[in-house]
Each structure stands twice: as structure tokens, then as C-alpha cells.
Design a protein around this ligand. Structure first.
Ligand code: ADP
Ligand code: MG
Length: 228
């Protein structure tokens, strides 16, 4: 079989495929997310996210017109279906992403980086977390850096897709960010109530963010064809 051709930009249907792939990965890892939240929170993150992404998939327009429309529907579903801290935070992320790319038919790597930056801005405005506070921000910030680095680099000759190269790096960076939360002391959210006892556990929100970025990498690389 030939290697799949990576995307060079995200159209509305690709953004919808991202949400479907995210739902698949979150479902597959829901128990793991819940176990992480059981250690330093209230054991609801896996169930919360699974329910929210299922609602987001349900809300996807049949023929999405723009990336912004898909992102906005997703935001609304997450805000209404995911309880706790993560629902409003992820909802705000997708809503701000949507606003940032309003009117665009497709997103190249630079547009994606700016939309993700706007999304992260929304999370920070709501939750006030900084890098090192042991939250989803510790996965988002390195992902954004990788996207920005990729946006400034020439497209690799092998695939011709700057988007695919950058998103792959961003997924790896988010995953490294997830792992790096383990030794941190939680300063925000429910885990912060534990103080020193939060040390030694991966943050559940950083883990779900890493899955969201992995889902995007799967769609952009063309390996998530079943989700398209
Ligand atoms: P809750 O903590 O209300 O049960 P969840 O378990 O669904 O909500 O989500 C917990 C995750 O939310 C944490 O692991 C963390 O990544 C994220 N989080 C919590 N508070 C904040 C905050 N202020 N800023 C950014 N992320 C946060
Ligand atoms: Mg929780």
C-alpha cells in the first residue's frame, strides 16, 4: 500500500475529521484519563471527555462549510456536555480557535498556529494557569511552539507538507509536555488541593490535550482515514 498523502491545509471536512478522531482516541483512553484523575482529582476526566467528544461528533454538520463553523459547534457541545473544569476550558479553546479563523476556507500551518494560540489565550484567560502549574497548558504551550517553529520553516521536500511536519512535531511536543507534568506540583485546579501529594502523577488534562494533538497528527498525516 502506498503511504498516505499528508494534508497541506485543513478544510472544514478535515477539521470535522479531527473532532471524530479525537473522540475515538479519547474513548480508547477514557479509562486511563479517569485513572489519572483518580490519583490527583475526582476520577471524572475520562468520562467527562468521552461524553463531551461524543456530543461534539453528534453536533458535526453533515456538510461543514468552514473550519470556524465546525470549531464553534464543537465548542458549544463541550461547554454544554463536559462538566468540571475541563468542559469550559476546552470549550473556550475551540470557541477562540473558531473566532480566530472566521471566514477562512482552509487553514495552513501559520493559520493553525494562530488559531491554537488564540485558543490557548482563552484557556489562560479563564483559568489563569502558567507553564509549570501542572495543567493542560503544559501540553498546549509546547505544541504551540512546535507549530510556530513549523510555520517558519520551509516545507520538507519528502512530503511537501509544512503542515504535516509541524503537526507531527506539535503532537510529540504535547506528549512530552504531558509526561513532564508528572514531577510538577499542581498550582491550579482540583489537584492543587493536594499540594505535595500531586507530585509524581501525570496531569489528566495534559494527557487529554496530548490525545487531541495526536488526533490532529493522525488526520493530517492521512493515517486516520477511517475517521474522515
Ligand atoms: P475537574 O477538575 O473539575 O474534575 P476535569 O477532571 O474534567 O475537571 O479536568 C481536570 C483538568 O483540567 C486538569 O487535569 C487540568 O489539566 C485542567 N485544569 C484545571 N484547572 C485548570 C486551570 N485553571 N487552567 C488550565 N487547566 C486547568
Ligand atoms: Mg476531575
Amino acid at each position: 500500500m502506498n503511504a498516505p498523502t499528508p494534508l497541506t491545509a485543513l478544510r472544514a471536512a478535515d477539521v470535522a475529521a479531527w473532532i471524530r478522531r479525537t473522540s475515538q482516541l479519547i474513548s480508547a483512553h477514557a479509562d486511563e484519563l479517569t485513572a489519572l484523575d483518580a490519583a490527583i482529582g475526582d476520577a471524572d476526566h475520562g468520562a467527562n471527555m468521552k461524553r463531551g467528544l461524543a456530543a461534539a461528533v453528534e453536533a458535526l454538520p453533515e456538510q461543514p462549510e468552514t473550519p470556524a463553523a465546525v470549531l464553534k459547534q464543537t465548542a458549544m457541545a463541550l461547554i454544554s456536555k463536559v462538566g468540571g473544569a475541563a468542559g469550559p476550558l476546552y470549550g473556550t479553546f475551540f470557541l477562540r480557535m473558531s473566532t480566530a479563523c472566521a471566514g477562512q476556507q482552509s487553514l495552513d500551518v501559520a493559520a493553525l498556529a494562530e488559531a491554537v494560540a488564540a485558543g490557548i489565550g482563552g484557556i489562560v484567560q479563564r483559568g489563569n494557569a502558567e507553564s509549570g502549574d501542572k495543567t493542560m497548558i503544559d501540553a498546549w504551550n509546547p505544541a504551540l511552539s512546535a507549530l510556530r517553529t513549523g510555520a517558519a520553516a520551509p516545507a520538507p521536500a519528502e512530503t511537501g507538507s509544512a503542515l504535516a511536519a509541524a503537526v507531527e512535531q506539535a503532537a510529540a511536543a504535547a506528549d512530552a509536555g504531558r509526561a513532564a507534568t508528572a514531577p510538577m506540583l499542581a498550582k491550579k485546579g482540583r489537584a492543587s488541593y493536594l499540594g505535595e501529594r500531586s507530585v509524581g502523577h501525570v496531569d489528566p488534562g495534559a494527557a487529554s490535550t496530548a490525545l487531541i494533538m495526536q488526533a490532529l497528527a493522525d488526520v493530517v498525516s492521512g493515517t486516520a482515514a477511517d475517521a474522515a
